[in-house]
Design a binder for this molecule. Structure first.
Ligand SMILES: Cc1ncc(COP(=O)(O)O)c(C=O)c1O
Length: 354
């Protein structure tokens, strides 16, 4: 199946009519640069990155490297300040405050709801099943005239599992709005990215990030892959110099070390299997949920209390028991072997001396 929709009919009129800010670097980026009120004398310290100059507004080199890595074209790639910027931009492009709606499938990543609230957009929710898969029919039935975005997350946070590919595609093909598929954890998953599906479906936006598999959460580099028309709206609405030079330089370096990244991902996955095995051997743990990510959730009686006591022992994990279908669940990120051992020591102490 494929899905081609009329994207411009979904875009807010003020965005369609927007004349974007033209930055000084849009026209010329070399020569005697006396156009952008920069400090010609430079930073007050040794600086080989020309940090006195603004960064490239459209980040062509970085977008081209990302495109090669994900096997799409540069014009399919947007880069921003974390995936969170891309999420916010999608709200601002497609959702009219106080009028439009979005749909999410809890338990899922909390930022979709927060971004909706910031943008004054109502959120409809169709829960995942108790094994954290999509309810495809119910989800499509919950769509209204005002529903502009559906957020899906695979592998899903906080549950860790991948959604079934056929369900994701059924929703993308059955919806006349934009499906945002958050693949923040895709490089840890057994199933491949949906990146190439954007060629068949101009209503699919894939979110990725350098925060997880690349281990570069500190640089705040988020990626959106989509039809060039959607990317052009994102470029139009973003702040002119959203990605700074230190970030793009480090991100480019990341793409020169893809093999090393993949090796670390494998290490984390093998450590994850050990952690899963150990958790399953603890009799008080009721259930360890299957995961395709660099974290997992498990169910244990008195989870909130256990979470607090583990934190008092210096090991911080996350209580997720308030999420639907996640009663008494704790979320654990896979750490280094030493960190994981510290976690198990803390957990065992708490369980043996309640
Ligand atoms: C599903 C999901 N999407 C996006 C993000 C945030 O990504 P970024 O660091 O690129 O803003 C997270 C972070 O935890 C996440 O779990």
């Amino acid at each position: 199946m494929t899905n081609k929709i009329n994207i411009s009919s979904l875009v807010r009129p003020n965005i369609l009519n927007l004349t974007p800010y033209r930055s000084a670097r849009d026209d010329f980026d070399s020569g005697i640069l006396l156009d952008a009120n920069e400090n010609a004398l430079g930073a007050p310290f040794e600086d080989d990155l020309e940090l006195n100059r603004y960064p490239m507004p459209y980040q062509e080199e970085l977008r081209s490297r990302i495109a090669d890595f994900r096997e799409v074209d540069s014009e399919n790639v947007f880069v921003g300040v974390g995936s969170d910027e891309a999420i916010d931009l999608l709200f601002r492009i497609f959702c009219q405050p106080g009028k439009d709606r979005v749909l999410i499938t809890p338990p899922t990543y909390g930022m979709y709801k927060v971004s909706a609230a910031i943008n004054d957009i109502e959120v409809d929710q169709v829960l995942l099943t108790s094994d954290f898969q999509l309810q495809v029919v119910q989800t499509l039935e919950a769509v209204t005239e005002q529903t502009k975005l559906i957020f899906l997350c695979s592998p899903n946070n906080p549950t860790g599992n991948s959604l079934k590919p056929e369900d994701i595609l059924a929703i993308a093909d059955g919806f006349r709005g934009i499906v945002v598929l958050d693949e923040a954890y895709i490089d840890f998953a057994e199933q491949p990215s949906f990146a190439k599906e954007i060629i068949q479906r101009n209503n699919l936006v894939i979110l990725q990030t350098m925060s997880k598999s690349f281990g570069l959460a500190g640089i705040r580099l988020g990626i959106a892959l989509a039809d060039p028309e959607i990317i052009s709206y994102m470029m139009k609405v973003k702040a002119p110099y959203n990605v700074n030079k230190l970030t793009s330089k480090t991100a480019l370096k990341g793409f020169s070390y893809v093999n090393a990244m993949k090796a670390k991902v494998e290490q984390i996955k093998s450590e994850r299997e050990k952690v899963v095995g150990k958790l399953k051997s603890i009799s008080q743990i009721e259930k360890v949920f299957p995961t395709d990510s660099n974290f997992l959730i498990f169910r244990i009686n008195n989870a909130l209390d256990i979470y607090k006591k583990i934190a008092e022992k210096g090991v911080v994990i996350r209580y997720r028991g308030n999420e639907p279908h996640c009663e008494n669940c704790l979320r654990l990120t896979i750490g280094t072997p030493e960190e994981n051992e510290r976690f198990f020591n803390a957990l065992e102490t708490v369980l043996t001396h309640p």
